[in-house]
Write a protein that binds this ligand. Structure first.
Ligand code: NAP
Length: 363
């Protein structure tokens, strides 16, 4: 338990705030993303997991019993004995990470924000709300300015909701952001090849995905077509002015466990040479936060990369790997981008968001 006196010192001294351990509660802790949170937070210098919540199926059981652990290695010892609670406030924590299905996320996340908790959500339900930040911290940290408006709009005294994007959007929005900042993006066609773990557990039936490519992911294409424009939008006093390019998307489920690959074709507003395009991506700055990768966008010129199995773990799963960048016969340029869907596309991005919120004195 953090002593009130320590909180006062923390408010006065930012270095103390950065070294303080915040108590974390995870909603949907037993699921695919919840397990990734448990793994990523095992030795985190700023966070310790003190509460876990899931469905009635799991409530009352120790985490090790409630959870069908699917990640390599054992369940982290610090969470094994935490008893799973219902997804209702109060929970014994300072900040809440949510990896709940959309069907329960809207009501539950609002209840936690109203009860005073910062809620960092993986769910899609609040992403496009005008007063909710949709964050990739390297791209649009300034969108955190929406929190004040959100508190006014919704009557949250202390809590708030911050979201991270759809896991396929996380793969292509960074290279698109690099191009948009330098040359302006006019339009893009994206074809996503999404991993099985993106559907959660047990997710896709093995008979549907073994020896197969599945050309439909319910509700995915509309999300992939609109989220990047908000992320790349400009923060103004009146909200986010969305970027004005169009995205056309086709989304496929493919037979890999982790890692979303995206094939992108893009038209630019201003002309750019191939070298300038590659340079814009390579030089896009990373942040100096604990979970920041050394390189945000890695561009490879090896003809057969990126490959999902070989490159999804780059930068501990937090780097976006881009390859096969070429001029296109119809569009201006084409490239492939890849990211780890449960790390950069979910739990890792949420943890980075929380680190950013601490650095900005918002937690
Ligand atoms: P999942 O594996 O199906 O896990 C769902 C979690 O939510 C489990 O802990 C489950 O608890 C809990 N839950 C389900 N129904 C509930 C209810 N009615 N009340 C309380 N808890 C309930 O799903 P996931 O892949 O982790 O995805 C979680 C969220 O993250 C979704 O909104 C998804 O769209 C989003 N997301 C996922 C990914 C990804 O790559 N998987 C990436 C980005 C965003 P029990 O175990 O007790 O049933």
């Amino acid at each position: 338990m953090v002593k009130p006196l320590l909180l006062v010192y923390c408010a006065l001294d930012p270095s103390l705030r950065m070294s303080k351990k915040y108590r974390v509660g995870i909603l949907g802790a037993t699921g695919t993303v919840g397990q990734r949170f448990a793994q990523l937070l095992e030795d985190h210098p700023q966070f310790e997991i003190t509460a876990m919540a899931a469905s009635d199926r799991s409530v009352g059981k120790p985490y090790s019993e409630a959870c069908a652990w699917k990640l390599p290695g054992k369940i982290p010892t610090n969470v094994r004995d935490i008893v799973v609670q219902p997804i209702e406030p109060p929970l014994d924590c300072d900040v809440v990470f949510s990896s709940l299905p959309g069907s329960v996320a809207r009501e539950t996340e609002e209840a936690f924000a109203r009860a005073g908790y910062p809620v960092i959500s993986n769910s899609s339900v609040y992403r496009m709300d005008e007063d909710v930040p949709l964050l990739i911290p390297e791209i649009n940290a300034d969108h955190l300015g929406l929190i004040e408006k959100q508190r006014q709009n919704r009557g949250f005294a202390k809590g708030f909701i911050v979201t991270n994007p759809n896991c396929a959007v996380v793969s292509f929005a960074p290279p698109l952001a690099a191009l948009h900042r330098k040359f302006g993006v006019e339009s893009a066609i994206v074809t996503t090849l999404q991993a099985i773990s993106g559907a959660g557990y047990p997710g896709v039936a093995s008979l549907d995905i073994t020896d197969n490519v599945f050309p439909y992911i319910a509700g995915e294409e509309p999300k992939v077509e609109i989220e990047a424009q908000k992320i790349l939008g400009i923060f103004t006093e009146n909200g986010i002015e969305k970027a004005d390019f169009a995205v056309s998307a086709q989304c496929f489920r493919v037979n890999v466990v982790d890692g979303h690959m995206v094939s992108v074709r893009v038209n630019l507003k201003n002309t750019a040479t191939l070298e300038e395009v590659v340079d814009a991506m390579k030089t896009f700055p990373t942040l100096g936060l604990h979970s920041s990768p050394a390189t945000f966008i890695e561009v490879t010129d090896e003809p057969s990369r990126p490959q999902t199995r070989l490159d999804r773990d780059n930068g501990n799963g937090m780097t976006i790997t881009v390859g096969r960048v070429f001029p296109d016969n119809i569009f201006d340029y084409r490239f492939i981008s890849l990211s780890h869907n449960t790390v950069r596309g979910a739990a890792g991005c949420a943890v980075l968001n929380a680190e950013l919120l601490i650095a900005k004195n918002l937690i």
